[in-house]
Design a protein around this ligand. Structure first.
Ligand code: UD1
Length: 422
């Protein structure tokens, strides 16, 4: 059944929101279970459709998953890998499926993974993953839409300089390196907290890794990994999204089970916009200063820069700023699809190549809009929460990929929001 979200905007949000574990940390952590025949227990795994998709994919490879409905814990045991193919029907649902490639080749000496193909926010190739695996000694062939990787004698450590900072390529190659012979150096590695989380979990499983969180990660291969229990770090994108919900509605929200340290650029951008952000023992409090939001320029960058996954949300906030804001997207080439929808709600935005000039308007007006991807969907929810009148957002299935109980969390803080059959 297709569903829509209906919002009557204008209520300042007030209350407490608990932040869950990070989707983009949980997904690679789940694939790390492929590296050992012992049980990997993960806690703080969020309830999201992307997590279900990953569980389904891992089960196809033979991973036994123990998870009680409603629980945030997953026990994953890959005693025997029964199938090294990741088929198109699951990979096309979620690009992060490519994260099984490194672990499967490392553990089994072979993998056949569907090419993820294009996606709404850009072409997103996987050349860095493939070239890195080749440098570790794998043979890679592309045929009939699949990546065929093989390394019958195992992988061998290498010095890999990645041409671009890629989060999942760094994760794939780090996992592959854990079971390779000798030392692997990943140069120009991604520094995202999710990469550090994966490294810490792999270390708990017996891997030898140093430098995670810097641009050079060194992995000394070991012959096997073992069981571990690991808690997924808080979701910094969920944190930033709810912080912006407080800002755009002129509200006051406490975000718990998270940390300001995870969102350095986001926090400083919001502070420049005149927002009050206070650290609390278990998270942060974000509140409007009572005067209008100041226009601030934003450029997306790899961590610790401003996250591309929060670009759409900050744009929603800037539509009602005092002055103007230039928002430049440097990570993905086609990540402005929310612009047209925001303009349908009265925003004044002009796009020129990879920059959007957002001229603040006094208010947004409710409208019927359509979601195009995960973060664009939530940007329209934020706009709807602030807009005068009623907003209906269709194609909201994207939201369930990355936000757990979104409407309920907003409703508990005073929003008038509901999910309806479209
Ligand atoms: C991850 C996140 C995603 C986030 C993105 C950037 C996960 C599961 N997803 O995606 O939410 O938006 O980081 O922070 O963690 N590139 C290549 N060749 C490659 C790989 C990437 O050219 O082989 C390019 C991409 O097209 C993009 C840039 O590198 O322009 C960064 O992408 P990357 O960091 O790889 O994004 P993902 O890891 O797919």
């Amino acid at each position: 059944m297709t569903e829509s979200i209906r919002i009557v905007g204008g209520n300042p949000l007030q209350g407490v929101i608990q932040i869950r574990g990070a989707k983009n940390a949980a997904l690679p952590l789940m694939t790390a279970a492929l590296l050992t025949d012992e049980t990997l227990t993960l806690t703080n795994v969020p309830h999201l459709t992307d997590i279900q998709t990953m569980a389904e994919l891992l089960e196809q490879h033979g991973v036994h998953i123990n998870h009680t409905a409603g629980s945030y814990a997953y026990e994953l045991k890959a005693q025997t890998i029964i199938n090294t193919t990741a088929s198109y029907d699951l990979v096309c649902k979620m690009r992060a499926s490519i994260l099984v490639l490194g672990p499967l080749v490392a553990r089994c000496g072979q993998a056949r993974v569907s090419l993820p193909g294009g996606c709404a926010i850009g072409t997103r190739p996987v050349d860095i993953h493939l070239s890195g695996l080749k440098q570790l000694g794998a043979q890679i062939e592309l045929s009939e839409g699949y990546i065929n990787a093989s390394a019958p004698k195992g992988l061998t450590g290498a010095k890999i300089t990645m041409p671009l900072v890629s989060v999942t390529a760094t994760e794939n190659l780090m996992m592959a390196g854990t079971l390779a012979k000798g030392e692997t150096h990943l140069i120009n590695a991604a520094r995202e907290p999710e990469v550090v989380d994966l490294a810490n979990c792999l270390i708990a499983m017996g891997a030898k890794i140093t430098g995670a969180g810097t641009d050079t990660i060194i992995i000394e291969g070991v012959s096997r990994l073992h069981k571990a229990t690991y808690a997924v770090l808080p979701d910094r994108i969920e944190t930033g999204t709810y912080a912006m919900a407080a800002v755009i509605t002129g509200g006051d929200l406490e975000l718990t089970h998270t940390s300001l340290a995870l969102i350095p650029s986001i926090a400083s951008t919001l502070q420049q916009a005149g927002i009050i952000i206070q650290e609390t023992p278990n998270g942060m409090r974000v509140k409007s200063s009572g005067s209008s939001i100041l226009g601030v320029d934003v450029m997306t960058e790899p961590y610790p820069g401003f996250a591309t996954d929060l670009q759409a949300q900050i744009m929603a906030v800037m539509t009602i700023c005092r002055g103007a804001s230039m928002i430049t997207e440097t990570i993905f080439e086609n990540r402005f699809m929310h612009v047209q929808e925001l303009c349908r709600m009265g925003a004044n935005i002009t796009v020129h190549h990879s920059s959007a000039l957002v001229r603040g308007v006094p208010y947004l007006s409710g409208a019927q809009v359509m979601a195009t991807d995960l973060r664009a969907s939530v940007c329209l929810v934020l706009a709807g929460l602030a807009a005068k009148g009623e907003t209906t957002i269709s194609r909201i299935y994207h939201l369930d990929r990355g936000y757990e109980n979104l409407e309920e969390k907003f409703r508990n803080c005073g929003a008038n929001i509901e999910r309806i059959a479209a």
